[in-house]
Structure formats: structure tokens, C-alpha cells
Write a protein of this length. Structure first.
Length: 171
């Protein structure tokens, strides 16, 4: 149970920026809805006064503003993502300043080493258990059921989620 929980937590941690973006987007849409309501009220007032041609000009202007707003939002999002990545790279670079190449390589290999280590440990344990089971004349199907049980599947999923979890939300 804890393994499943840790898998889910490690996978979802990469999605926190997307969740924050969701709330920001929700706030932006509420603001846009308020602006649209103000625009509708203004159009109604203009109609009462007989400014039909002014209404068409306002429609064109509103459409232009919508297009510009969408473009600006996309540009801002791309710029924010670029700035975030540059800040991350700058932070990593600053941590590497004054260190040896060996230390830089060690820092870069933490996640792969942990992943490969757990996967290798899983393979070694399963290999030893297969050897022991086959030497005790246990059928292969029984061994497979014992070695690839629910807990092992959860452990394997945790390893994969740890390694690839943060990358899934970045796309």
C-alpha cells in the first residue's frame, strides 16, 4: 500500500506546475468573462442610443483584442517556461561552480544510478528466486505468479514513475 502511495506521489509531484497553471488559467478566464460582460453592457447602451455602426467597430476591436490576448497568453506561457528552464539551468550551473568534473558527473548520475540500482536489485532477487525455485522442482507458472505479484508490480511501477514521472507533465 505504501509503495502504491509513493508511486502516485512521486508521479504527481511533476504535475504541481500544471495544477498551478490550471488555477491561474481559471482566474484569467474569470477576468475575461468580466470584461466580456462589461463589453455587452456597453453595446446595449450604444444600441439604445442608436449607434449601430459603432457596434460593428466595437466588434472588430473586440475580436482584435481577443486575438492579441490569446497570442500574448501563449507568448507569456512560452516565455515563463523558458525563464523557468533557464533558472533551473543557472541554479544547476551555480552548484557546479568550483567543483571537479567527477563531482559534476556524480550529481548528474543520481537519478539514473538510483533507478538502475533498484532495477538491478529486483533482477538479482528474482534471478536468485528463480534459480532456487527451479532447483526445488517448482513449476515455472508458480514461480511467475510468486515473483511477479501485485507488490512487485507496484515496486516496479514506483521505479519507473520515479525515473520518468517529471517528464510526463512537461509535454
Amino acid at each position: 500500500m505504501y509503495t502504491l502511495l509513493s508511486t502516485i506521489v512521486s508521479f504527481l509531484m511533476g504535475g504541481i506546475p500544471k495544477i498551478l497553471d490550471f488555477f491561474q488559467d481559471r482566474s484569467d478566464k474569470a477576468h475575461e468573462l468580466e470584461l466580456a460582460q462589461l463589453q455587452i453592457n456597453k453595446e446595449l447602451e450604444l444600441r439604445k442610443l442608436g449607434f449601430e455602426s459603432q457596434e460593428r467597430v466595437e466588434q472588430i476591436h473586440t475580436q482584435q483584442l481577443e486575438i492579441e490576448t490569446k497570442s500574448a497568453e501563449k507568448t507569456a506561457l512560452i516565455s515563463a517556461q523558458q525563464a523557468e528552464m533557464q533558472a533551473i539551468y543557472a541554479h544547476d550551473t551555480s552548484l557546479n561552480e568550483g567543483t571537479s568534473q567527477w563531482m559534476k558527473n556524480l550529481r548528474a548520475s543520481v537519478r539514473p544510478v538510483i533507478t538502475y540500482g533498484f532495477f538491478g536489485l529486483l533482477c538479482i532477487i528474482d534471478g536468485a528466486l528463480i534459480y532456487k525455485g527451479l532447483s526445488a522442482d517448482v513449476s515455472f507458472l508458480e514461480l511467475a505468479e510468486q515473483l511477479w505479484d501485485d507488490e512487485t508490480q507496484i515496486l516496479f511501477a514506483s521505479i519507473i514513475a520515479f525515473h520518468f514521472g517529471g517528464r510526463a507533465f512537461g509535454k
